[in-house]
Design a protein around this ligand. Structure first.
Ligand code: KIV
Ligand code: ZN
Length: 525
């Protein structure tokens, strides 16, 4: 493959993806995710929108310090203070990208920006030139590009390139385009922007009509060489083009799309799980590539065909995206060494000794309770150890007893360690989970809205571990907690506590940040 055939993969899971209503990731979770993305070979990682919150600023800073190969990127409106915040958070990386944007469609310019065409032109000139002072790698986007007149779009793109943009991104911000039209737009740009050979054309497609991936791939055939996408397709409203679908479509149909993304596709499943865990957004069962059923064959005819030759019903192998066949792995006699080898085999090669030790302890407890332990069980344990950092937990579950069944109101007896104080209560509720959550509220008084409670079985069978996700909201803050246990009610209590502990950290950070002058960021506010 030559440079001409390279398609750059620009991941925006931690920026546009985090704009999914309800999805929010902590800084620690974003760091974990960025490590997987870096290993996967993602070219550019849009780590956040630094001006929007101290949390975003902190995440972009931490990620830009840690990446080995991927280029970190931050988003900025056409404003100097946004670009300053990008620079301040990205400057730790040896190479970084500033991505600045402004709307160019009549409806956005009139109602959102209240700016004329000429004012938008001035803003592009000023913002791209300013961003260029900090880095050679500047991306410019014409927001709502697909509802912009082609003439005006070409004029703005030419200007952005003249001011130093090296990537020009065409967003289908509202997911309005269809593949044929999107390809025509790209062809028009190629034929009518005189300096277009000095920049890479990028596609950023939203999925409101379910066409995000199709539009991005249509763009590719017309000359797009960077695709912006998110893991599991998360993003504003109906989401963005799904990275796993884009990459696997190019790989599987390389006869028709002879391009190279350079992505290590075997890490796709891991990336999907870590993003789903961090956001609390489950992956639909029939989701292409990463859904639980994506490689399951149910009908007798299909199973028969598969047994004769996998190619009868399989266009790509589960192994190629990191899905391993469910396998019985280990038992209670397996040692730490075998456990560590198993983790490496499952793609967890970069874990600290602390995390391994914690996961191994949990594995031993599980092995006492559960006869068969599968790869998925181990993955759930490790993910929990990665996401739930017990060292920062202020409130921990000590014991729980639940009385449930017909006739009586359900009752929970709970002991919690609350900042070092051992506290106990008994509460009744409308169901055992309600009783458990009431206990927590009684032992640590707090007001949050429970916006999601979700249970998944990790494997099959009545002794399967359950992973419980809980999302809570308080003012403008959201946190997601997770826990896995063979006892769904214990997992529920721990998941709620995990979300609550994260909320306490967020509260603390907010009050800290209110006192800190983000000097450079605030310049010119
Ligand atoms: O959808 C969009 O237009 C965006 C831009 C900021 C690129 O996310
Ligand atoms: Zn977007």
């Amino acid at each position: 493959m030559s440079d001409k055939d390279k398609v750059y993969i620009f991941d925006t899971t931690m920026r546009d993806g985090e704009q999914s209503p309800g999805a929010s990731m902590s800084v620690e979770e974003k760091i974990q995710i960025s490590r997987v993305f870096d290993d996967m070979g993602i070219d550019i990682i849009e780590a956040g929108f630094p001006i929007t919150s101290p949390g975003d600023f902190e995440a972009v800073t931490a990620i830009s310090k840690g990446l080995k190969n991927s280029i970190p990127c931050g988003l900025a409106r056409a404003k100097k203070k946004d670009i300053d915040a990008c620079y301040e958070s990205l400057k730790h990386a040896k190479r970084f990208r500033i991505h600045t944007f402004i709307s160019t469609s009549p409806v956005h310019m009139k109602h959102k920006l209240k700016m004329s065409n000429d004012q938008v032109i001035d803003a592009i000139k000023e913002s791209v030139t300013y961003a260029k002072k900090f880095t050679d790698d500047v991306e410019w986007s014409c927001e709502d590009g697909t509802r912009t007149s082609l003439d005006f779009m070409c004029k703005t793109i030419e200007l952005a390139i003249n001011c130093g943009a090296t990537t020009v991104n065409i967003p289908d911000t509202v997911g309005y385009s269809i593949p044929e039209e999107f390809a025509k737009t790209i062809t028009h740009i190629k034929n009518n922007v005189p300096n277009i050979d000095k920049a890479i054309i990028s596609a950023h497609c939203h999925n409101d009509l379910g066409l995000a991936v199709a539009n991005a791939l249509a763009g590719l055939s017309a000359g797009v060489r960077q695709i912006e996408c998110t893991i599991n397709g998360i993003g504003e409203r109906a989401g963005n083009a799904a990275l796993e679908e884009i990459v696997m479509a190019i790989k599987t149909r390389n006869d028709l799309m002879p391009y190279d993304t350079g992505i290590k596709t075997e890490l796709i499943s891991k990336a999907s799980k870590i993003v789903s865990n961090a956001t609390g957004f489950p992956v639909q069962f029939n989701k292409a590539i990463v859904g639980k059923n994506a490689f399951a064959h149910e009908s007798g005819i299909h199973q028969d065909g598969m047994l004769k030759n996998r190619e009868t019903y399989e266009i790509m192998s589960p192994e190629s995206v990191g899905v391993k066949q469910t396998s019985l792995v280990m038992g209670k006699h397996s040692g730490r060494h075998a456990f560590k080898d198993k983790l490496t085999d499952l793609g967890y090669s970069d874990m600290t000794d602390d995390v391994i030790q914690e996961a191994f302890g949990k594995f031993k407890v599980l092995a006492d309770k559960k006869k068969h332990i599968y790869d998925e069980d181990i993955i759930a344990l490790v993910d929990e150890s990665l996401i739930v950092d017990n060292k920062i937990n202020a409130i921990n579950l000590k014991s729980l007893k639940v009385y449930a069944g017909t006739g009586e109101p359900q009752r929970a007896e709970m002991t919690l360690d609350v900042f070092g104080d051992i506290k106990q209560t008994t509460q009744t509720g409308d169901g055992p989970v309600d009783a458990i959550f009431k206990c927590i509220k009684e032992l640590y008084e707090h007001e949050v809205k429970l916006s999601l409670y979700q249970v998944h079985a990790v494997t099959e069978g009545t002794d399967a571990q359950a992973t419980v996700s809980v999302k809570i909201e308080e003012n403008d803050r959201t946190t997601v907690g997770q826990s896995a246990d063979t006892d769904t009610l214990v997992a529920s209590a721990k998941a709620y506590l995990n979300a609550l502990n994260k909320m306490l950290i967020k509260r603390e950070k907010k009050s800290l940040s209110e006192n800190i002058e983000h000097q450079k960021v605030k310049e010119g506010v």
